[in-house]
Design a protein around this ligand. Structure first.
Ligand code: ATP
Length: 307
């Protein structure tokens, strides 16, 4: 079976502005992919190219085996759901009326509307006008609208902007559930907190170029950034730094019975073994670089910013 989305050396230029340059990505069916980048990185342009709203200046785009601007575009449209960056609703309509309006356009029956209102905890507010909805409720309504046709592919442009941490968490739990049901999800974002545990792979874009692409583990291996080890222990006379392994530690701090070490990734096992041999050690925790750290690293062209 073909991939869900294939972008092959795609470039997009708007009147002299290069929005995307040589972008190649293959997104498999059933994965959640995060398209990450600062403002102007090319995220919305990528989503519009996948939707076939705009044509690439160079390269090719294939979605579910077809060109999104070809003869199959009409049937493709029924297989994807799209949540734009700023969702505009008819404010005077109720949530139920909004969904019923789109359901009629897509020839979807009203039972699906009722089901989605329940699923997105909007049933109680279904008969209130949208103008009275909070940001989180609007976002849930937008997602319900994108899911009306039970799409195989869901494209979400900056879906968590303006959501509070609880609404963001709930939003990602919904995406996890959709993935379990086999939906492929592409979400663009410049808001990183909360994403890490929910994406299978990330693409980091900067000024229209792909800076990194892979699972977080792939990116961590490739970047080879330092790891942090926190070791708690019981050393009645204080910790003697002479007991630390001599190679691979870039920095060390000791406070409140806790030793914090920054270490070279490749020395992890050697250093762990030596620490575990210390009789005072009670607990050890290893922290890999976070998505935020990786994002900064790749946006700086693979530089940690430290001298
Ligand atoms: P944001 O997070 O701000 O939405 P983005 O990563 O989605 O940014 P794009 O909207 O894809 O970025 O824009 C990429 C580049 O292309 C930017 O420099 C933008 O100014 C430019 N651009 C986008 N659309 C047009 C257009 N219609 N005409 C001219 N330039 C455009």
């Amino acid at each position: 079976m073909s991939a869900c989305i294939e972008l092959n050396q795609v470039g997009k230029t708007y009147a002299g502005v290069t929005a995307l340059d040589e972008l190649s990505l293959t997104i498999e069916r059933g994965e959640i992919v995060g398209l990450l980048g600062h403002n102007g990185a090319g995220k919305t342009t990528t989503i519009k190219l996948i939707l076939g709203v705009i044509a690439p200046t160079r390269g090719s785009v294939t979605v579910l085996g077809y060109s999104p601007r070809g003869k199959q575009s009409k049937s493709l449209r029924l297989q994807w759901g799209y949540l734009p960056e700023s969702v505009g609703f008819y404010e005077q309509l109720t949530g139920r009326e909004v969904l019923e309006y789109f359901a009629r356009l897509k020839r979807i029956d009203r039972a699906r509307v009722r089901q989605l209102l329940e699923q997105f905890t909007l049933a109680q507010a279904a008969d209130r006008r949208v103008k009275t909805y909070s940001k989180g409720m609007r976002q849930r309504l937008g997602l319900a609208q994108a899911l009306l046709s039970s799409p195989k592919l869901l494209l979400l442009d900056e879906p968590t902007v303006g959501l509070d941490p609880i609404a963001t968490r709930d939003f990602f739990l919904t995406l996890d559930e959709l993935r379990r049901q086999g939906t492929t999800i592409v979400l663009s974002s410049h808001v990183l907190p909360g994403i890490e545990q929910h994406v299978d792979r990330v693409a980091i874009l900067d000024s229209g170029r792909l800076r990194a692409w892979g699972t977080l583990d792939d990116l961590r291996r490739e970047a080879a950034l330092p790891l942090t080890i926190r070791a708690r222990g019981n050393w009645p006379d204080g910790f003697d730094p002479d007991h630390l392994p001599h190679a691979g530690i870039s920095s060390y701090q000791y406070a409140d019975n806790t030793l914090t070490l920054t270490i070279k990734r490749e020395k992890k096992l050697t250093i762990m073994r030596e620490l575990l041999a210390d009789k005072g050690i009670e607990d050890i925790d290893v922290q890999a670089p976070s998505l935020e750290t990786l994002y900064t690293y790749y946006n700086n062209g693979g530089d940690t910013g430290h001298a």
